[in-house]
Design a protein around this ligand. Structure first.
Ligand code: PLP
Ligand code: SF4
Length: 333
C-alpha cells in the first residue's frame, strides 16, 4: 500500500508551477547537460515546447535519447511532410454534435473542456485541432447539457480536451453542476495527463470536487514510460483513489519512447503499482508532424504477443487504432 499523505503544497501552487514550465528547448537541454547542437530543433510555431519542471525532473541528465525528453522536444522531423499524415486523422471535425461535444460512440459523450494542456506532447493530434470554436464555453455549456439530456442514452460524460484539469476547480464545478440533473448519467470520466505531468494539480479543492460528484468517477491518466512515475505521481494517484476514483492508464506506442518489450513491461507494472490499471495502448494517430513516432502495426502486434507471455492478463493493455467513422476504437491484436 502507498501511504496517502496530504499534499503539503498550498492550493493553486500548481498554477505557479505552470508559469515556471520550460518554454525554451535550449534552456531545458542546458539544464539536462545536453548540447543543443546535437539536436535539429525547430521553431514549433503555434504548438511550442511546454514542460513542467515536475516532469523534467524525471528526465535523465546527459541522455539525448531520454524517453521523456523525446516526447516533448520539437525536432525538424516534424516539418517533414509524410504521406497519410493529416490534420484530422480521427475524424473529430465530423463528429462535433454541439459546441464542445463529441458524440462518436454509443452511450458516451466527450466534452472538450479546454484546449490547454500543462505539457505539449509532440505526437498529439491536438497540435492540429481547432479548439477556438470547439471547446466548451460558459454559453455553450447549457446547450451541451441539453444535447446530452435529450439524447436519453448517454450514461457517461468524458471530460477531455486538451486537459480538463487545466480548468480551475470552480470551472469544473460549473460543468458538473450543469450535468447534475441528467437522469441517464451514471459515470463521469476524466481524461487527464496532469496527475503525471504536474501531480500537485491534485489539490484539496480538486479532491473535494471529485468526492462531491453524484456519479461513479473514472480517471484515465496518460503515461507512456515507467520513468514518468515517481513518488509525487504515486501520491497524487493515491489521493485520487482515496477520493473514490477508479484509475486507468492509457499510453501511445511511440518509436524511441516505449517501443521495446522492456519499456512496455515496466510501464504496465509501474503504473499498476501506483494504482493505474492498463487501459488502451494506442497506435499513433497519423497527425501531420508525428511520422517519426510511428510504430508499424506488425511490430506492435509482435510486442503485444511478447507482453502477453510475460504479464497477467489484467496488466495487458488493449492495442487499438482509432479509425474515422468506426463505432469504437478498433482492437488490433
Ligand atoms: C476515445 C473516445 C471515447 C471513449 O472511448 P472508450 O472506448 O469508451 O474509452 C469517447 N468519445 C470519443 C470522441 C473518443 O474519441
Ligand atoms: S492532449 Fe494529452 S497527449 Fe495531447 S498535448 Fe495534451 S497532455 Fe499531451
Amino acid at each position: 500500500m502507498i501511504p496517502v499523505k496530504a499534499n503539503p503544497k498550498a492550493p493553486d501552487d500548481w498554477r505557479a508551477q505552470l508559469r515556471s514550465a520550460w518554454r525554451d528547448p535550449r534552456a531545458l537541454l542546458e539544464h539536462l547537460e545536453l548540447d543543443a547542437k546535437r539536436f535539429s530543433l525547430v521553431d514549433a510555431g503555434p504548438f511550442p515546447i511546454r514542460v513542467p519542471r515536475a516532469f523534467s525532473n524525471r528526465m535523465r541528465r546527459g541522455d539525448a535519447d531520454d524517453p521523456l525528453l523525446r516526447q516533448v522536444l520539437p525536432l525538424a522531423a516534424e516539418n517533414q511532410p509524410s504521406q497519410g499524415f493529416v490534420s484530422d486523422p480521427v475524424g473529430d471535425a465530423a463528429s462535433r454534435a454541439s459546441g464542445g461535444v463529441l458524440h462518436k460512440y454509443h452511450g458516451r459523450a466527450l466534452l472538450i473542456a479546454t484546449g490547454a494542456c500543462a505539457i505539449h506532447c509532440r505526437y498529439c493530434f491536438r497540435r492540429e485541432f481547432d479548439y477556438a470554436d470547439s471547446q466548451i464555453t460558459s454559453s455553450s455549456l447549457a446547450a451541451a447539457a441539453d444535447y446530452i439530456r435529450a439524447s436519453g442514452d448517454i450514461s457517461e460524460v468524458i471530460l477531455s480536451g486538451g486537459d480538463p484539469w487545466m480548468l480551475s476547480n470552480e470551472r469544473l464545478a460549473r460543468i458538473s453542476d450543469a450535468l447534475a440533473d441528467i437522469p441517464a448519467l451514471e459515470r463521469l470520466r476524466i481524461h487527464t495527463r496532469m496527475p503525471i505531468t504536474l501531480p500537485d494539480r491534485v489539490d484539496s479543492g480538486l479532491l473535494d470536487w471529485l468526492k462531491r460528484l453524484p456519479w461513479q468517477t473514472v480517471v484515465v491518466v496518460h503515461a507512456n514510460h515507467a520513468q514518468e512515475f515517481d513518488d509525487e505521481v504515486d501520491a497524487a494517484l493515491a489521493r485520487l483513489r482515496q477520493a473514490g476514483a477508479t484509475i486507468f492508464n492509457q499510453a501511445v506506442l511511440l518509436a524511441g519512447v516505449n517501443d521495446r518489450l522492456e519499456d512496455l513491461h515496466e510501464l504496465m507494472k509501474t503504473g499498476f503499482r501506483a494504482g493505474a490499471i492498463p487501459y488502451y495502448l494506442h497506435l499513433l494517430d497519423r497527425v501531420s508532424g508525428s511520422a517519426h513516432f510511428e510504430v508499424g502495426s506488425r511490430q506492435a502486434g509482435a510486442l503485444m504477443d511478447q507482453l502477453r507471455r510475460k504479464l497477467p492478463g489484467y496488466l495487458v493493455p488493449r492495442l487499438v487504432r482509432e479509425q474515422a467513422g468506426a463505432p469504437y476504437k478498433l482492437p488490433i491484436f
